[in-house]
Design a protein around this ligand. Structure first.
Ligand SMILES: Cc1ncc(COP(=O)(O)O)c(C=O)c1O
Length: 428
């Protein structure tokens, strides 16, 4: 997709250009199916000779508006929207990897992705090797095997908040001749466009900053179109597909092959489709993404600076702070700020952490990040409570850790709420 307009303009308008008397806002096509007049037109749809909508599991005009906009913003050639971020990670890999094959991933991952890779993928016969993203190029390369099919990582690790060294990871993926798949959820395309830094495929949980208002669960996969698929490693893209009359995706669709295959084959068979209503809300969310991301980042940085000097706080983890180990990478790869999520250690450990979460008034106790409204969580007593203290430690969760997703409210009100909750937490 090519468009020279700036990302802010793409966020607002994307590719949607209504004709006279058509709605200014891309409407919700709340329809399962689409009507045709000729058998020949129908046959063209089934032969993938025509991209018109046929059945909402495979594509929908409202969803297409969202897909085209996010592809433009990420600098990709095409996108496929999914029913959740989990579905986006799953399909992005299943599209090029099957039983008996292997992937390499940075270990600093969102918990759901970690669980997908460590529990479900092995059950499907896909082996996963986790690598320390701080390890050297040579050490990471040692994890690769002859049957490795991709390298996976997050731009901003959730919840560790380490920033990916894109130069290192893209060098490795190029040397090992596999695509680099990046989960760009916490950064969003406004702060970071991974394709410009060597990524081949980008995924998102659209549930977070893309939606931005806590209304819908969804995901999306964007392809750069710049990976050179070859027959030896990726026969599923470069050899005849028996489930499509022997069609060869790379021959028929060129650099759109990866997304066409994911839609025509995996979406057809697995059905992890977004509802048109949710695509409408994601498209709306993108319209203000650039404004929100800058405010999220400014607010989070101001609060992180405040917390660094607070007597009830033992440590602060925010990649926008000069004291953060990733600060150089933040400056190199993130524009406009380091997003809205930060973690800190509260004095008084688990008891104080639970008391803090309960004492917040403006900031809501919810299992969510990326919302316009500020969110708080004490993982040790909530998301990670089933794990032993030892297991919690291994997953980077200490008893004193508080996670905040800072919203776009006025910073003085956020700081006032945090201060009163910190005071309350220290009473017991
Ligand atoms: C970085 C990241 N990737 C993927 C996901 C999964 O997304 P979803 O909840 O939309 O399935 C999440 C959810 O929090 C996330 O934070």
């Amino acid at each position: 997709m090519s468009d020279n307009r700036r990302i802010e303009t793409q966020a607002v308008q994307g590719n949607y250009r209504p004709k006279a008397a058509e709605p200014r806002t891309a409407p919700i096509h709340q329809s399962t199916t689409f009507k045709y007049d000729s058998a020949e037109h129908m046959a063209q749809l089934f032969d993938l000779d025509c991209a018109d909508p046929m059945y909402t599991r495979l594509g929908n005009p409202t969803t297409s508006v969202f897909e085209e906009k996010i592809a433009l913003m990420e600098g990709g050639v095409a996108a496929l929207a999914t029913s959740s971020g989990q579905a986006a990670s799953t399909l992005s890999i299943l599209n090029i990897c099957q039983a008996g094959q292997h992937i390499v991933t940075a270990s600093t991952l969102y918990g759901g992705t970690f669980s997908l890779f460590s529990n479900t993928f092995p059950k499907l016969g896909i082996e996963v090797t986790f690598v320390d993203p701080d390890a050297s190029i040579d050490e990471i390369k040692k994890a690769f095997k002859e049957n490795t099919r991709c390298l996976f990582a997050e731009t901003i690790g959730n919840p560790g908040l380490n920033i990916l060294d894109f130069d290192k990871f893209s060098t490795i993926s190029q040397d090992m001749a596999v695509p680099l798949i990046i989960d760009n959820t916490l950064a969003s395309p406004h702060l970071c466009r991974p394709i410009e830094h060597g990524a081949n495929i980008v995924i998102h949980s659209a549930t977070k900053y893309i939606d931005g208002h806590g209304t819908s669960v969804g995901g999306v996969i964007v392809d750069s179109g710049n990976f050179n698929w070859n027959k030896e490693k990726y026969p599923e893209l470069c050899s005849p597909d028996p489930s499509y009359h022997g069609l060869v995706y790379t021959e028929k669709f060129g650099n759109l092959a990866y997304i066409v295959k994911a839609r025509a084959q995996l979406m057809r068979d697995l059905g992890t489709t977004p509802a048109p209503q949710n695509s409408f809300l994601f498209n709306h969310g993108l319209t203000t993404l650039h404004l929100r991301m800058e405010r999220h980042s400014d607010n989070a940085l101001a609060l992180a600076n405040h917390l660094e000097n607070h007597p009830a706080v033992s440590w602060v983890n925010y990649p926008g702070l000069k004291s953060h180990p990733s600060f150089k990478l933040t400056k190199k790869y993130l524009d406009y700020g380091a997003s809205g999520v930060l973690t800190f250690g509260i004095k008084g450990g688990r008891t104080a952490g639970m008391a803090f979460m309960e004492a917040c008034r403006l900031i809501a106790m919810v299992v969510h990040v990326g919302d316009a409204r500020s969110c708080v969580l004490h993982p040790a007593s909530t998301t990670h409570r089933q794990l032993s203290e030892e297991q919690q430690k291994k997953s980077g969760v200490s008893p004193d850790l508080i996670r905040l997703s800072i919203g776009i409210e006025h910073i003085e009100d956020i700081i006032a709420d945090v201060d009163q909750a910190l005071e309350d937490s220290q009473k017991s």
